[in-house]
Design a protein around this ligand. Sequence first.
Ligand SMILES: NC(=O)c1ccc[n+]([C@@H]2O[C@H](COP(=O)([O-])OP(=O)(O)OC[C@H]3O[C@@H](n4cnc5c(N)ncnc54)[C@H](O)[C@@H]3O)[C@@H](O)[C@H]2O)c1
Length: 377
Amino acid sequence: MAKSLNIGMIGYGFMGRAHSNGYRRVSNFFDLEYQPVLKAACARNEDAIKKFAATWGYESTETDWRKLVERKDIDAIDVCVPNNLHKEICLAAAANNKMILCEKPLAMNVAEGEEMCQAVEKAGVANTVWYNYRRIPAVTFAKQLIDQGKLGRIFHYRANFLQDWTISAELPQGGNGLWRLDAAAAGSGVTGDLLAHCIDTAIWLIGGVQNVSAMTETFIKERTHTETGKVQKVTIDDACSFLCRFNNGALGLFESTRYARGHKALYTLEVNGEHASLKWDLHDLHRLQWFDHRDEGNMRGWRSIHVTDSDHPYMNHWWVPGLQIGYEHSFVHQVADFCESLAKGTPCGPTFRDALETQKVCDAVLDSAKSGQWINV
Ligand SMILES: NC(=O)c1ccc[n+]([C@@H]2O[C@H](COP(=O)([O-])OP(=O)(O)OC[C@H]3O[C@@H](n4cnc5c(N)ncnc54)[C@H](O)[C@@H]3O)[C@@H](O)[C@H]2O)c1
């Protein structure tokens, strides 16, 4: 007999939709003991949230998240709002004994993140952070290959996350959709928004980061603020590059920008080991590129593995071998894993505590860019 997991969703933007889609589809493809029920959706604009609730099948709506977190019929709060609201909502949700699925980055900084970890740990509530790229089958497959020791000693980790949507100086900062350009709402620019994903995947794949040396740039120094109507200083990082040393001795190179003309969401990663290398690219997300030096010499070369077979991670839940799935399925997988971990009584990574490690690297990167020094994480 399935048990319900009553979801209270806060936010109805990009992630509100991506997660709602995950909750709606998961039980059709995964055989789960705990099954999500779209109980309530919350946002400040009543008309907008009612429309969203009707579209996705939420049973009710709220316009104040404080009311939502106190509702007795809600088991889990899903935080899909700008970063400056994560802490306050999570602390209130934990105080009301709600499980929490929080969007990334966990917090505005490490101090906030630490408070959030303590709150969920004290309350003993299940928690996870939506670093969803871990659950794209080709990325999960990369993790399996690394864990099986197929690459041998790891020497290099390289990741990029490139976009081009903020190049125009006419683009305002702040408010709906543009809160990412306002440090007061976002905490940082590409570091917390994009590199946080790269850092989470890297830590998951090859382990923690010891120290970093970073540079950032804000190419457009002033933009009109949507909320005040005034031209204000831009304080986010438009671009960030950093070097790092991992705890296992590997060297890392990371770059992110919203000024790489022609690139929309080009997340790429590459790992070079003693025996083999692997590469992955979000624009071709169902493929893993693999080079194995142990192959017979005259046949050696990069192979492109179409990660769609039933023995690839998650793929036995979907179609027949050869038919690929997409970006949105990473959210379905995270919901499935969260529900499975509830049934087993185990944590669903990345937990708040895991995500705090990424936050520490982000903070160190921003400190290093400011001081021009290497910073220990
Ligand atoms: N995992 C990922 O790949 C990924 C992708 C995009 C965004 N994110 C993260 O998700 C979060 C939301 O980003 P988004 O792209 O969905 O933003 P968005 O601008 O599309 O949506 C934000 C939502 O928050 C709502 N909101 C703002 N203030 C509120 C308040 N006080 N009470 C209730 N609702 C409020 C807005 O109405 C809107 O519905 C951010 O933390 C972001 O970093 C993660």
